[in-house]
Design a binder for this molecule. Structure first.
Ligand code: SAH
Ligand code: MG
Length: 204
């Protein structure tokens, strides 16, 4: 098992330990020195795995999230958590919980929060990335925007990680699976594996 500074299972979120371990491993496989970036941090569960691996290899992790939650996290939706509701009860704010996780895990010297819509941050992004982890909005529009905006920022030899891939439509939504197919069809990637619902590819 991985030795982590904070048990991710005590943090709210959607990253099972088996997949979290693969996030950690992906950072180790990435070209040395380059920063890593995750889209969709929520309360920082995946950030613990990626951030700890980055810290131990002297990298920076950029954690992109507007922290207003995805569609399914909003009040009245299936994955709403009342503890994360805004004071007026109309929305969601995960930034406080995220900051607390980063602090408790001792990752403030490694993780740079980027509190913005991912497409906005992508517009001005110029630094080549060693790892890109896509786990933001799951609508087709959001998933496609993340792919179009961020995949070109991946360095040659860098790792592309896509979460929530369900090859069988009965198991879950299509857009992340469509990105997975798109990456393979582009012939710009070598497939390293599909670990539960986490797809891992390396840019040629
Ligand atoms: N990786 C997290 C889960 C992410 S949930 C974990 O390990 O638990 C998806 C996150 O994506 C939510 O926090 C939501 O606020 C964020 N998100 C959705 N659409 C976004 C967008 N367009 N820009 C930035 N963040 C977005
Ligand atoms: Mg996910």
């Amino acid at each position: 098992m991985l030795d982590l500074p904070l048990d991710p299972e005590g943090v709210k979120g959607f990253m099972p330990p088996e997949e979290g371990m693969e996030l950690y491993r992906a950072v180790e496989l990435a070209p040395p020195g380059l920063p890593c970036l995750e889209i969709g941090s929520y309360c920082g569960k995946s950030t613990i795995y990626l951030g700890t691996a980055c810290q131990r290899s002297g990298r920076v992790l950029f954690a992109v999230d507007h922290h207003a939650g995805s569609e399914e996290h909003q009040p009245g939706e299936g994955y709403h958590d009342p503890e994360l509701a805004t004071a007026d009860g109309q929305g969601v704010d995960t930034f406080g919980a995220f900051r607390a996780t980063v602090k408790a895990a001792g990752l403030e010297d490694t993780v740079v929060p980027v509190v913005a819509p991912s497409a906005l941050a992508a517009r001005a992004w110029a630094t080549p990335l060693g790892v890109l982890f896509i786990d933001g909005g799951h609508s087709r529009e959001a998933a496609q925007a993340d792919y179009a905006g961020w995949v070109p920022k991946l360095a040659s030899g860098g790792l592309l990680l896509i979460h929530d891939i369900f090859p069988n439509p009965a198991d879950g939504g299509r857009p992340p699976y469509e990105l997975w197919c798109q990456a393979q069809d582009s012939r710009k990637f070598e497939v390293l594996g599909l670990f539960h619902t986490l797809g891992m590819l390396r840019k040629r």
